[in-house]
Design a protein around this ligand. Structure first.
Ligand code: CA
Length: 622
């Protein structure tokens, strides 16, 4: 008798435990706002048995339209509509099953009036930094024992170095002084990834491209509070903030991947399949489907699983997170990682949803292509592609290549500076090429100064082009203090700490005293030109007219109704005297000029003296 009673208990216990175990541990988005243009939001609700509950919401103005259940009973996806009349407050999600009731509060906030989504335009100058490598303002957040990677070691190029948002916030004055108007950090969201073995060395996810929770900024950078404070301080200083988005993949320890809602959340392959890192199968009208599938659905690397953006729950999750980020933190623009490997109809949907809420927001994706036609495919273009991208901007790797060739190649009929000129000559393919973000290098490439042979004259010429031709210029951190290196043996070589960003650093290159004479010359050059650019509208919105290069001499103008800027470059090794008669279409009516870089006045502009490997910037005067 006693024995069978015990047996009954043993048999019942799992059922009782199972029944008791239903709970909700996460709701994403973590909150929402009243008064958004789109009244719909889909909540991802997770917890043991959360998908087996019958949900109700009794909150004025909030309607539960549909409860979606999926393969995994631990998820429910709740479709809500939020009426404009709804008041901010705590919405109670009530789930019931077999007499059990589970409740979960979910906050509906009022939208704040703080500036947000101001965009970045050709009036801006973007500074790209890796927060872990820029400045450490809070040594107390350098490492946490409860994270999968509890290390911090500045002597190891592959480990985290402790830089954070507080450190960057302390350098806002430095950036503003340099003439920077917008900051783009590599991703700031939580990367609670373990060290991964890459090519035989253990590496940390310090770069930020392996998200493990979209709704938390990494604690080692300071968390959500530090990010919100950073954006606010940047805005107060007149700087805008670009967030780096990754829609294509997540870290393999992302919390959702520990308990997948459904098999189709990811692109699963019978055997591990890497993306080909080739974009041609997407743009090529002759491409085979299998090549397209491998490009799009192959994984970026084994520890960054590929999200299936054709799954509507995944798509909603990513889009809502993007909107949540703009509204919550007030960011002004999105840079989108690996734009080409995303499902392009999804990208259009995501871009459209963001722009519907925030019309001034700028969006520019990374599409590392080698020609203008393919660059155009991924932005608003004038070509008859069967797929029409709605992306407003993009990163102009083709123009980058043209500028670098102009600095590296000898003078020839088709090479050298013709590569720069010819790229711009194809701008007709773009609906608005001024919305493209231009660059000389970035965190994935050999540093600019090394690429051009550590030549300060070429350095200045290339930066002059970057800051005076069309587009939105971006510069990688440290370029202004002559940081250099090739990615040899690894990209850690181009991601070194900014000297002076850490307490106790021997040199503080954020200050003139910490920089040597050559570094100050470079810094002052960037500052002079960036400040001039910032203050002169003609370099933001003025038209561009370029003249066919001759013997390595290249001349272009930026002009509007009130100003004309002449940029004359000598890419050769010998000094030249440039007669200006040929440029009368733009110079007629002007007699003098002010050299923007030296401040000198040229009393006569019938000829312009051009030292070897030099670009001069002349503000034409009557
Ligand atoms: Ca720190």
């Amino acid at each position: 008798m006693k024995k069978s009673y015990l047996l009954l208990l043993v048999l019942l216990f799992p059922l009782m435990a199972g029944a008791q175990a239903i709970s909700i541990d996460r709701v994403n988005p973590t909150n929402w706002w009243v008064g958004m243009k789109n009244p719909k939001v889909q909540l991802l609700v997770h917890g043991p048995g959360a998908g087996t509950l019958t949900y109700t919401i009794a909150y004025p103005g909030v309607k539960l339209v549909k409860t979606n259940t999926v393969e995994n009973p631990n998820y429910a996806f709740l479709d809500l509509t939020i009426a404009p009349t709804a008041k901010p407050g705590n919405v109670q999600l009530v789930g019931k099953k077999d007499g059990q009731t589970v409740t979960q509060a979910w906050e509906l906030r009022a939208r704040d009036k703080a500036p947000k989504a101001q965009g970045v335009t050709a009036a801006d100058f973007i500074y790209l930094a890796i927060p872990d490598r820029f400045a450490n303002g809070d040594p107390s957040n350098d490492k946490f024992d409860d994270l999968r990677d509890p290390n911090m070691d500045r002597s190891n190029p592959f480990f985290r170095h402790g830089g954070d948002l507080a450190g960057a916030a302390q350098r806002l004055g430095y950036l503003k002084d340099l003439g920077v108007t917008a900051i783009w950090f590599t991703p700031v969201l939580e990367n609670n990834q373990p060290l991964t073995n890459e090519g035989g060395t253990m590496r940390a996810s310090y770069h930020g491209y392996g998200f493990t929770d979209q709704y938390n900024v990494d604690r080692r950078l300071g968390g959500n509070e530090a990010y919100k404070a950073f954006v606010q301080q940047a805005h107060e200083a007149g700087l805008r903030v670009v967030q780096d988005a990754v829609y294509n993949h997540v870290g393999n320890t992302h919390w959702i991947l520990q308990d997948l809602p459904m098999k189709s959340w990811l692109h699963e392959w019978p055997e591990y399949t890497n993306t080909s890192y080739r974009y041609q199968p997407i743009t090529d009208p002759h491409a085979a489907q299998i090549d397209r599938k491998i490009t799009l659905d192959g994984w970026f690397v084994p520890f960054l699983p590929d999200l299936n953006q054709q799954n509507p729950y995944v798509a909603n999750y990513l889009i809502e997170h993007a909107i949540w980020s703009v509204e919550n933190f007030g960011i002004d623009a999105w840079r989108i990682d690996t734009y080409m490997y995303n499902d392009q109809p999804f990208m259009n949907r995501c871009n459209a949803a963001l722009l519907a809420e925030y019309p001034r927001l700028h969006i520019f994706g990374e599409s590392m292509v080698n020609n203008v036609i393919d660059q155009a495919y991924y932005t608003r273009n004038n070509i008859g592609f069967p797929f029409k991208s709605n992306q407003p901007g993009g990163i102009d790797f083709v123009l980058q290549s043209g500028m670098l060739d102009a600095l590296k190649q000898p003078i020839s009929y088709d090479g050298g500076v013709h590569r720069f000129y010819q790229t711009l000559a194809q701008d007709a393919v773009y609906q608005d090429p001024t919305k493209l973000v231009t660059l000389l290098d970035n965190h994935d490439q050999d540093r600019y100064l090394s690429v051009i042979g550590d030549d300060l004259s070429k350095y200045k010429m290339g930066l002059t082009w970057l800051l005076t031709t069309r587009g939105i210029p971006s510069m990688y951190y440290g370029t202004e203090i002559l940081m250099k290196n090739f990615k040899d043996p690894t990209d850690a070589e181009v991601r070194k700490d900014f000297p002076g960003g850490w307490p106790g650093d021997k040199k503080d290159k954020f200050t003139p005293a910490g920089r040597n004479a050559r570094e100050n010359e470079a810094f002052n050059f960037v500052r002079t030109l960036a400040t001039y650019r910032r203050d002169h509208k003609v370099l933001h919105t003025g038209k561009l007219m370029q003249y066919l290069p001759e013997n390595g001499l290249y001349v272009y103008f930026r002009y509007d109704a009130t100003s004309t800027i002449m940029v004359a470059s000598n890419t050769g090794d010998k000094p030249a005297t440039l007669p200006t008669t040929r440029f009368s279409e733009r110079t007629t009516g002007f007699t003098k000029a002010r050299n923007v870089l030296t401040g000198e006045t040229l009393e006569n502009i019938s000829t312009v003296a051009l030292p070897a490997k030099t670009a001069v910037v002349l503000e034409l005067l009557k």
